[in-house]
Write a protein that binds this ligand. Sequence first.
Ligand code: GDP
Length: 147
Amino acid sequence: MKNREFTFTMIKPTAIRFGKLVPILDEINHAGFAVIAMKMTRLSKAQAEKFYAIHKERPFFEELVSFMSSGPVLAAVLQKENAVQEFRKLIGNTNPQSAEEGTIRKKFAISIQENAIHGSDSDQNALIETNFFFNQFEIFSNNESFL
Ligand code: GDP
């Protein structure tokens, strides 16, 4: 497995509020992802705006930023072969009504906005999003610097 095959994930505030943190981590573990880094933190509105800047023209942007800064999130870097694509498959469609059976969003999402979990959509964004949350001392794999 290539060392650089990793993705970034974030478990969203309502999933944590409703006790779904451990069940979601269990799904991730069973799907064969290794945890490279992990932290629970809370985004300020400014940080949530920056993280979702690509959506700033969308009608739901303000609501999304308020939601994402409404409580703690669990941010993590996950390693697996073909990590970005495999993880997108595991979480399922953005809208839980369209998400495939067995996916994390099908099981745990409340709505298209409060859809339980984020997963990077490309290798480039996985790196950008990892660097948004973690510094170089927090990302290790087999005791070697990962990124
Ligand atoms: P993702 O890559 O599957 O997370 O989807 P996007 O990048 O398109 O959207 C980012 C996040 O914005 C989603 O995960 C949702 O939390 C939220 N979102 C996307 N589309 C909508 C929408 O139509 N309405 C609302 N309220 N939120 C949305």
